[in-house]
Ligand binder design. Structure first.
Ligand code: SF4
Ligand code: ZN
Length: 710
């Protein structure tokens, strides 16, 4: 006779608890109760303890204190609410087990296992989740009946752009089947044991705190958020042990259905626990259960196309050709044309094809995409052109970086052997441009050039066009345009957040400029970007407009009443969590420290990016801290109310190099200072505030002449 599901949840949770207790006892005996507990690159302590118990655990001893509480969560009583609670208890116990590993060694996991996910990784998923590029997550608990079935399932999800987490024996199967894994390709082998599931739950809970501003301890809100905003589900292969069932109970309570082929000792629960004996139908059943619809564009190329391949890296040894704009004449260029001048779907190659070059060689290549349509406007050229990176990167076996005449494209040997040739760049660009911009692009033709002499002239022509565009962009200021735009794309994830996008202040994700927002609005008038008028100014210095406030209040459903566009101290703009950078005030030097997402080290604020980010997200205003795009740093409107970019006292080296040219230009214009970035400290100078102050004085940094910030 089948056992009741509740019984199995309580059994499993009890088992997890006993393992946790045992592990913790050993760890305390070895390391002592005061041994520190830190999860790498996270500002959320043990995130599940923080979520469910509102406890900031920092030592093994504190973890011991929470054991009785966990125990109380898994007490057996035949009520649904308690079974769910026992599921969460299992997650907490699992966190205890994993935390002990991290207490013993900062990096307990070795290849291929990933273990804990960093805060930066949580945030990185924010953008694709809101844009729908990432339709959902699956957690696969294995092993599958055979290696082949394991590979088919994983690949099947990957080709549908579903993010895949793997736990247990399926990881060995994936390794045997040579599946490329890792965070960038969206297949993460978490750990060999079921308790590694705690890292995924921690990941989800941090997303709720970061993007949804859900407060620690508010379990109902967490469940609400995960149910409505995170489209996740579980695939568990037979035989499913009680300890896995316990975790399944927790997953179901979070709104994540469990699909399994285990028929022996499992009862189905409508919409939540679904028995699917045919593992080949797991994908279909799962997507249906979580109501995920996958949009597919058919592109006529001999390679797979999916956002899952965006992070794919093609190494030197695996490449067929290397199109290298840093050494040869290469470019990509979108031109608006008159409809009569171009032929729709004409794809032409001028010069030798990929197979004419020796394997592994460096090749010069240029692409011109001509588009026409009655709503086409020259301002859209750069918007479409920047999408080339995304479109070509989604081809399996193609890696694209850079833009304009500084591009690099690699085609893998595998793609080449499958028949991939130059015209397939054209097919891809044609299909995606027409698909995504159907309201503007009526006709599209693509020409690809590979003759070096010809490329030289064409590249010069492209450069003239880029320069003209840049000049137009520079002439766009907040004062010179009639309207701003808002962007609420991130509300699907961060319900109270609104970005106001102006010519001199792009969206904090760095992906939405004023021109992008304008294009988005014209392409889809009911879409995420709406016109914001700016007729009734209240305060020019701070950047307050009555009409902007009204728009923000409406778009945030009343949760925001006033924003300033140019101040970090007074009613600053909110952050959703996908910011490229954060700046935070540094009181001793009277300046601000900026740190970008990629920088994992310490800052003079005594906080890492993660720690600063934990104070900044969730769609709430946090004076003194602000998320922003990289390009905003050199804007004349950056903290204009507080004195502008002259407040910047520290930035990571790489970020400084990236923005140096424009920032130095602005500083020269604003303050008459030469080589401003040389006055800004970085991690090679110091990470301490005392030495920072000395450095600034030595260099005569302009912040020394500014009024106190507070
Ligand atoms: Fe999200 Fe703002 Fe970027 Fe829009 S502009 S996608 S709301 S971060
Ligand atoms: Zn966002």
């Amino acid at each position: 006779m089948k056992r009741l599901l509740f019984d199995r949840v309580f059994e499993g949770a009890g088992e997890m608890y006993r393992i946790a207790e045992e592990n913790l006892k050993q760890a305390v005996a070895e390391l002592g109760g005061s041994a520190p507990l830190v999860m790498p690159n996270s500002a959320y302590f043990l995130a599940n303890h923080y979520t469910y118990l509102a406890k900031k655990i920092t030592t093994l001893g504190e973890l011991e204190d929470s054991l009785p509480e966990i125990r109380a969560w898994i007490l057996r009583e035949q009520r649904l609410e308690n079974a769910f609670k026992a599921g969460f208890g299992a997650f907490l116990a699992a966190e205890v087990i994993e935390a002990c590993k991290y207490a013993r060694s900062g990096e307990p996991y070795e290849q291929p296992f990933h273990g804990h996910l960093s805060d930066a990784e949580v945030r990185e998923l924010g953008v694709p989740l809101v844009t729908g590029d990432l339709p959902g997550f699956v957690v696969i608990i294995g092993p599958a009946p055979s290696d082949r079935e394991a590979a088919e399932l994983i690949k099947g999800y990957q080709s549908r752009a579903i993010f895949v987490f793997l736990i247990g024996g399926i990881i060995d199967q994936a390794v045997r089947m040579n599946i490329g894994m890792g965070f960038p390709v969206r297949i993460v082998p978490v750990g060999p044991d079921i308790w590694s599931v705690t890292h995924i739950i921690s990941f989800v809970n941090r997303a709720a705190m970061i993007f949804g501003n859900v407060q620690p301890g508010d379990r109902e809100e967490f469940d609400h958020y995960t149910f409505h905003r995170i489209r996740a589900f579980v695939n568990a292969f037979s035989p499913v042990a009680d300890i896995v069932v316990a975790c399944g109970g927790g997953a179901i309570a979070m709104g994540f259905p469990v699909i399994t082929n285990d028929t022996t000792d499992t009862w189905p629960v409508p919409k939540s626990l679904i028995i699917q004996e045919d593992t080949a139908s797991f994908i279909e059943t799962s997507l249906e259960a979580r109501d995920i619809k996958i949009k597919v564009t058919n592109i006529n190329i001999p390679a797979a196309f999916s956002t899952a391949f965006e992070g794919e890296i093609i190494r030197r040894n695996d490449m067929q050709i290397d199109i290298d704009g840093s050494r040869l004449d290469c470019f990509e260029w979108v031109r608006g044309r008159e409809p009569g001048d171009i032929t729709d779907h004409a794809i032409e190659l001028v010069g030798p094809d990929i197979d004419a070059f020796e394997a592994g060689s460096r090749v010069a290549l240029g692409v011109i995409v001509d588009v026409a349509g009655k709503n086409m406007h020259s301002d859209f050229e750069s918007v479409f052109e920047r999408k080339i990176h995304h479109f070509l990167n989604c081809i399996e076996g193609v890696m694209h970086t850079g833009q304009r005449d500084m591009i690099r494209i690699r085609v893998s040997r595998a793609a080449f052997e499958a028949g991939f040739r130059a015209k397939h760049f054209g097919e891809t660009l044609y299909a995606k441009m027409k698909d995504e911009y159907s309201s503007v692009i009526d006709k599209c033709q693509v020409t690809i050039y590979t003759i070096p002499e010809q490329l030289k002239t064409l590249r010069a022509g492209a450069n003239t066009a880029y320069e003209a565009r840049d000049a137009r962009l520079l002439s766009l200021t907040d004062e010179s345009v009639g309207v701003f735009y808002n962007c609420i794309l991130c509300q699907s994830f961060s319900p109270a957040h609104v970005c106001v996008v102006t010519p001199e202040r792009l969206g904090l994700c760095g992906a939405v400029s004023w021109l992008d927002a304008k294009a988005t609005n014209e392409l889809d008038p009911n879409g995420p970007c709406q016109v914001v008028t700016k007729e009734r100014i209240i305060d020019e210095r701070l950047g307050i407009w009555e009409d902007v406030n009204e728009a923000v209040s409406q778009a945030s459903h009343g949760s925001l009443q006033q924003v300033t566009l140019y101040s970090i101290m007074q009613d600053p703009m909110t952050s959703c969590g996908c910011f490229e950078c954060i700046c935070g005030i540094e009181p001793m030097t009277n300046g601000v420290v900026i740190v970008n997402r990629e920088h994992t080290g310490m800052t003079p604020l005594g906080m890492t990016f993660s720690e600063m980010a934990s104070m900044t997200g969730g769609g709430v205003q946090t004076p003194g801290f602000m998320g922003h795009g990289k390009q905003f740093i050199s804007s004349r409107k950056f903290m204009k109310a507080e004195g502008g970019p002259a407040r910047i006292v520290w930035m990571p080296r790489a970020l400084k190099d990236l923005v140096a040219k424009k920032l130095n230009h602005s500083a020269k214009e604003l303050y008459g200072v030469d080589d401003f970035t040389a006055m800004i400290a970085d991690e090679t100078v110091t990470e301490e505030v005392e030495t920072l102050a000395v450095f600034l004085t030595e260099r005569g940094h302009p912040v020394l002449n500014l009024e106190p910030l507070m």
